[in-house]
Design a binder for this molecule. Structure first.
Ligand code: KIV
Length: 253
């Protein structure tokens, strides 16, 4: 975990992507990614839920075990799903389950609101990654995926969240959909690295949902993502080719 702080000091950008299964985790790992997150975004891009609030602990543990089998070099972080860390005791119990499933660190959503849970996890010796800004597990209460840091009170709250997760022992913190200038201010204020998603170029690292990066979930792509591939198109092309050759009994060996 010290490496990440040192990377920040050296100005080296941290790279992070999501994986929920063995082949994706192995491909990311072999490509040299620094961090692999078994995100609860699995609920939307793999399980077909409306948002992340339906994801269960058993689903997350199942995907964490699969991803862990594919990782040799990267740091494997797992997301603790909603209502699995409502108390500090429950947070530690859940975090331990993820460690048993093969995660090297855990992440939960919240700063000041969850300081007791974060401290309980880090005091138990489990490496912890923070997540502040737009919190997808609260999307229903917040009424959508809205950018954070637009008002002075939001900026103050974000800075307080960032300082809190740092002081509680986090080794890094995800900033989700935070105004770029505010993300820069947070990045310059704390010593642990900030990993941005939709939060501009000034963060110490960047994270994306791999399905968004490679165009594997074509029905919705967040505005801040520039896909590097169109995998869904390739799948459709291959499936159409298979249908064609089977129906016409051509090229079958
Ligand atoms: O669930 C997830 O994939 C995440 C990232 C988007 C940061 O939390």
């Amino acid at each position: 975990m010290r490496d990440f702080r040192e990377m920040k000091q050296r100005g080296e950008r941290i790279t992070a992507l999501t994986a929920y299964d063995y082949p994706t985790a192995r491909l990311l790992d072999e490509s040299g990614i620094d961090v692999i997150l078994v995100g609860d975004s699995v609920g939307m891009v793999v399980l077909g839920y409306r948002d992340t609030t339906d994801v269960t602990l058993n689903e997350m543990l199942h995907h964490t075990r699969a991803a862990a089998r594919g990782v040799k070099q990267a740091l494997l972080v797992a997301d603790m799903p909603i209502h699995t860390y409502d108390t500090p005791g429950e947070a530690v119990e859940t975090a331990r389950k993820f460690v048993d499933a093969g995660a090297q660190a855990v992440k939960l959503e919240g700063g000041v609101s969850h300081v007791a849970q974060i401290e309980a996890i880090t005091h138990a010796g489990i490496p912890f990654m923070g997540h502040i800004g737009m919190l997808p597990q609260s999307v229903r209460e917040q009424g959508g995926y809205r950018i954070k840091g637009r008002t002075p009170s939001e900026v103050e709250a974000l800075l307080a969240d960032a300082r809190t997760v740092e002081d509680a022992g986090a080794f890094s913190v995800v900033l989700e959909i935070v105004l770029a200038d505010v993300a820069k201010q947070i990045t310059n204020t704390i010593r642990i690295p900030t990993i941005g998603i939709g939060s501009g170029e000034h963060c110490d690292g960047q994270i994306l949902v791999t399905h968004d990066l490679i165009g594997l979930f074509p029905w919705f792509t967040p505005k801040f993502v520039s896909p590097e591939a169109r995998v869904a198109e390739e799948i459709r092309r291959a499936v159409r080719a298979f249908i064609e050759r089977t129906r016409h009994n051509r090229g079958i060996s």
